[in-house]
Design a binder for this molecule. Structure first.
Ligand SMILES: *Cc1c(COP(=O)(O)O)cnc(C)c1O
Length: 334
């Protein structure tokens, strides 16, 4: 794939590591060999997957002469934290619109990512009700900023348009290159599936490099059918943007919705178990909203014998650990 024709910043410092997880594999019965791709270690304050997408989104913003970034997210959004982080680095103003998906969940003095928004110097935080049309809210903010003489650029939630998802096509190519180098034959990749850019970009990129490794997405909010349609549409759009010719079919998009629990960002027992197990066996910090629920899905599938004996399974760790500090009671109580 050729990424050179797109505006892009230089936020990566080479490939993120692929590590084996022998202790976790053993704790789960030893029949499946688990590996992890450490996108939690990507640069940007607090790390995590949005850095790959923001290389392209902020590249596009600068290409268009923007001096201000507007984006949106949930009250503990990792995407908002990393957008604030890279905006600060680039000398861009950053404005956030936060969606209170769980009523009463926004607390001005909350810990975790919320505290970091402040520290990273965001210019304004607007909080809107759950279910609000976030694009309408961001356009409203853009109107105000234009009237004040600014040149705002809107990055959609999770940076999950085809511009941002291109960052995960890069990740798929990078991963395939590493696996070839390592002589490591991975049978299956498991990724979290939220605003869908990560999952869609990985599938588009895997198609582009003809890697042939099946990818499963673990939902964090939506039902299987709805999420698969969203991922498929974005994967096709991203593949077209990259000039990937054919080959991407609807069946390539597989999502599991069994690990969402009562809803987005709401803790589940399997999530708590997964976070504790990764920490105790591999010293890897997951997060309560995304990687913790995705890992709960991975663990359940391993235990159920979903992957054939001796399979090699790669978990894409998308980061998010700063949100742990906003959930300490959840982990201490259970
Ligand atoms: C945003 C996010 C995800 C989900 O990625 P999408 O591209 O939105 O599907 C997963 N993990 C973490 C830590 C995130 O912040």
């Amino acid at each position: 794939m050729n990424f050179t024709k797109f505006p892009r910043r230089n936020y990566l410092q080479g490939p993120t590591p692929i590590e084996s997880m022998p202790s976790l594999s053993k704790a789960l019965g030893g029949e499946v060999n688990l590996y992890v791709k450490r996108d939690d270690l990507l640069p940007g304050a607090g790390g995590g997957n949005k850095t790959r997408k923001l290389e392209f989104c902020i590249g596009d913003a600068l290409d268009q002469g923007a001096d201000t970034i507007i984006t949106c997210g949930a009250v503990q959004s990792n995407h908002a934290r990393l957008t604030a982080s890279w905006s600060a680095k680039e000398g861009l103003e950053c404005h956030l619109i936060l969606e209170e998906r769980v009523k009463g969940s926004y607390k001005k003095d909350a810990s975790g990512n919320n505290f970091l928004f402040e520290l990273l110097g965001v210019k304004s935080i607007g909080v809107v009700e759950g279910g609000s049309d976030m694009m309408v809210e961001m356009n409203k903010k853009a109107g105000e900023l234009v009237a004040a003489g600014k040149k705002p650029y809107i990055i959609p939630g999770g940076a999950s348009n085809s511009i941002g998802a291109t960052g995960y096509a890069v990740c798929a190519e990078e991963t395939m290159g590493q696996l070839n180098e390592m002589r490591l034959d991975i049978d299956h990749i498991v990724v979290p599936s939220g605003s869908a850019g990560t999952h869609a970009g990985m599938v588009a990129g895997m198609t582009g490099v003809n890697g042939g490794i099946p990818i499963s997405g673990m939902n964090v909010s939506r039902s299987k059918d709805i999420q698969e349609e969203i991922v498929y549409k974005l994967a096709v759009e991203t593949a077209e943007r990259l000039g990937v010719k054919g080959g991407l079919v609807r069946e390539d998009i597989v999502c599991f919705d069994r690990y969402v629990g009562p809803g987005y960002s709401l803790p589940t027992d399997p999530m708590v178990e997964a976070v504790k197990l990764f920490a105790k066996t591999e010293a890897i910090l997951l997060d309560p909203v995304y990687s913790g629920k995705a890992a709960a899905g991975l663990i359940d599938l391993v235990r159920k014998g979903h992957f054939p004996k001796d399979s090699n399974v790669l978990f894409l760790h998308t980061g998010g650990s700063p949100a742990l500090y906003a959930y300490m009671n959840t982990f201490r109580q259970s």
